[in-house]
Design a protein around this ligand. Structure first.
Ligand code: ADP
Ligand code: MG
Length: 250
């Protein structure tokens, strides 16, 4: 039997002396898309950083497994080599490295030109990576980076923040294309964990499970559209209904 793509058990993560993630469990299977909602500062980006083993995030308890491999002792490179890629909320600017050179160094796919065209990134190829890019350009460049890496598990941090509606559609269509790569029947071959504030991407991307993250914990999980509806109506306190729905199912 296939191991789960991502298995997080009783995870606690600290940044410096401060505990940010306070005990979460999360499983993502092959082909599943999960979305994460939650207020600013609740620890969503920290969770993605911890999964990637980025420096500065200390796992104090619990475990993260990718394809059944414990990542506790692994470097960020090694986690990426297990098939995980991260699209940053705030991507770094790298002076002196052009987007095209960067893509060449990380490319693992054979149809990158297709994604460059779909994301309208030709004019940016000879620019320094992310330097002077607008909000929408930064996010398109991040999605192009993921496309080149072709990971099994896409970690995508706020793909719509600061992006106009037309570009949100372009980005969402490319994420869908990545999720269906190498799948002749156009079924989901890849998985994703996507952080969204607005839920706009859910107009294009079908998500299987939604989670609400508050103060370092997942307080409820369920149908992403129902959760989004609750949040739109009553803010994050609307999640009380989500918790109740899940209780009723049991
Ligand atoms: P979210 O993505 O949900 O908005 P973050 O994961 O970015 O939240 O941040 C969660 C909390 O961790 C915030 O209070 C933030 O200030 C804190 N934090 C994140 N990175 C650092 C850091 N390098 N040093 C100190 N605090 C940090
Ligand atoms: Mg964040």
């Amino acid at each position: 039997m296939d191991a789960n793509l991502l298995d997080i058990t009783s995870l606690h993560v600290s940044v410096g002396d401060k505990e940010i993630i306070k005990g979460i469990d999360l499983t993502i299977k092959k082909g599943e898309v999960h979305v994460l909602f939650g207020p600013n500062g609740s620890g969503k980006s920290t969770l993605l950083g911890a999964i990637m083993q980025l420096p500065g995030y200390t796992i104090t308890q619990g475990s993260i497994q990718i394809h059944g491999n414990d990542t506790q002792e692994l470097s960020t490179d090694a986690v990426a080599n297990l098939g995980v890629g991260l699209s940053f909320q705030h991507p770094p600017k790298i002076k002196g490295v052009t987007l095209s050179r960067f893509l060449k160094s990380i490319n693992r796919c054979d149809d990158l030109d297709h994604a460059i065209t779909a994301l309208n990134m030709e004019p940016f190829l000879e620019r320094e990576l992310n330097v002077g890019f607008s909000g929408g350009e930064l996010k398109r460049a991040e999605i192009l980076k993921l496309y080149a890496q072709n990971p099994d598990l896409l970690l995508i941090d706020e793909p719509e923040s600061g992006v106009d509606i037309e570009n949100i559609t372009i980005i969402s269509n490319t994420i869908n294309a990545m999720l269906q790569k190498e799948s002749p029947m156009k079924t989901r071959s890849h998985s994703a964990l996507i952080i969204t504030h607005t839920g706009h991407i859910l107009n294009t991307i079908h998500a299987d499970v939604g989670h609400v993250f508050m103060d370092g914990k997942i307080i409820c999980s369920g149908n992403p559209m129902d959760i989004l509806d609750d949040i739109r109506k009553d803010g994050f306190s609307g999640c009380i209904r989500c918790i109740q729905r899940e209780k009723d199912k049991k």
